[in-house]
Structures are given as C-alpha cells and as structure tokens.
Design a protein around this ligand. Structure first.
Ligand SMILES: Nc1nc2c(ncn2[C@@H]2O[C@H](COP(=O)(O)OP(=O)(O)OP(=O)(O)O)[C@@H](O)[C@H]2O)c(=O)[nH]1
Length: 201
C-alpha cells in the first residue's frame, strides 16, 4: 500500500479513523481525513447538529475539533472528533497532526486499538455516482478497513459511522492489555499546540 496522503481514493471518499481505547489516560480521538470538498465537515455537522446546509462550501482552515458524547451499551463516552482541511495548501498543518503515512503506519503499529473506516460520501447524488458500492467494498477489503456509504445531506449512515468507531474503541478498552502501543491523540497534539491553529469551516 502507498503512503496515505497519496493513496488513491475515489471521488467523495475519505477516511474516518479512531484511536485510543477508553479507560486509558489519553481520551480516544477520531479524525476525518480526505480531499477537499468530499464532505468531511458536512458529515461532522450532520452528526453533531443534525443539519445539512446545501451548497455551503467553506473550506476548512487547518484543523478543528468537536466533542460529542455518545451512548454505547448504556455507557456515556466522549468522542473527540478532528476535522482536517483537505486543501493542498493546508497539508503541512494537517500532516503535523496525523502524519504522512497515516493509514499504513496505523496498520503496521497500531492494529489493536485503532479503527479505520472508508466512507463513500454523497451517496444521495445517485445520478452523479462515480463508483459502485461493490467497488467501494472491494477497496475497503483491500485496505483492511470498514466501509460505509454515507450522505451528509440525508444523514444516511452518519450516526452509524461514528457509532461504529466509538463501539470499537469501547470494545478495545476491554480487550487490550494495560499499555496500548499507540494513541492517535499523541500524534495529533504537537508539543506547542497553537490555540490559533484550529480553523473550522
Ligand atoms: N449532495 C451532497 N452534497 C454534499 C454532501 N456532503 C457534502 N456536500 C457538499 O459538498 C461540498 C463540500 O463539503 P465540505 O463538507 O465543506 O467538504 P470538506 O471535505 O470538509 O472540504 P475541506 O474543508 O476543504 O477539506 C459542500 O457544498 C457540501 O454542501 C453529501 O452527502 N451530499
């Protein structure tokens, strides 16, 4: 597999990754990574606020985050969700957080407490569909990740995507040995985290 930044993803596909089990010192984090305009912010807004503002494309500047409390198996768990800018000009900022070979390295070093999903967004745009669901599923199998088609517009599978991540992180907190090997959170907070870094579209 190539390094992530240049991993080929079909139009409107992006990655939702979560890492760090509950119960450890560092709270779990989730991150949205993908090209500009694929709908990362819209998906997060739909999940967080239950709304979609049609045609409002305001590119994310750098990186921002949202906290969301979810109920998983009657447990209330907090998910910190990072939304990264897809535009090339912000690459240096976003890569400082999740690093270049993200997908590859996560698989290599952090299989146990990381969950990665491939999301095929804008599934409501049926007439402009660029890739069949079966092809998306095949791609996800090749990468060894979970696949869902989503729509930030209709809300299709939006809750399911984040719930899947949260459930996996709750599950791994039960299964993992005391010392996990890796936290996404660790690579997403540089030493001198600038408070003004975090734009949000
Ligand atoms: N029809 C449809 N349009 C969508 C969907 N998700 C996002 N859009 C539209 O796609 C455009 C880009 O969405 P954004 O959420 O801003 O994209 P982004 O991936 O966050 O872009 P960057 O911030 O530049 O990385 C906007 O005009 C959205 O309204 C969807 O599921 N269906």
């Amino acid at each position: 597999m190539n390094s992530t930044a240049s991993v080929f993803l079909p139009p409107n596909y992006f990655l939702l990754g979560g890492g760090g089990c509950y119960g450890n010192n560092t709270p779990p984090s989730t991150i949205l990574v993908g090209d500009s305009g694929v709908g990362k912010t819209s998906l997060l807004v739909q999940f967080d606020q239950g709304k979609f503002i049609p045609g409002s494309f305001s590119a994310t500047v750098g990186i921002g985050f949202t906290n969301k409390v979810l109920t998983v198996d009657e447990l209330k768990v907090r998910l910190q969700i990072w939304d990264t800018a897809g535009q090339e000009r912000f690459r240096s900022v976003t890569h400082a957080y999740y690093r270049d070979a993200w997908l590859t390295e996560i698989h290599e070093y952090a299989q146990d407490d990381v969950v990665i999903m491939l999301l095929g967004n804008k599934s409501d745009m049926t007439s402009a569909r660029a890739i069949r669901r079966e092809e998306g599923e095949k791609l996800a199998r090749e990468y060894g990740v979970i696949f869902l088609e989503t729509s930030a517009k209709t809300g299709l599978n939006v809750d399911e995507a984040f719930m899947t991540v949260a459930k996996e992180l709750v599950r791994c907190s039960v299964q993992l040995p005391v010392e996990p090997r890796f936290h996404l959170h660790d690579v997403m907070q540089p030493e001198n985290e600038p408070s003004a870094c975090c734009g949000f579209s």
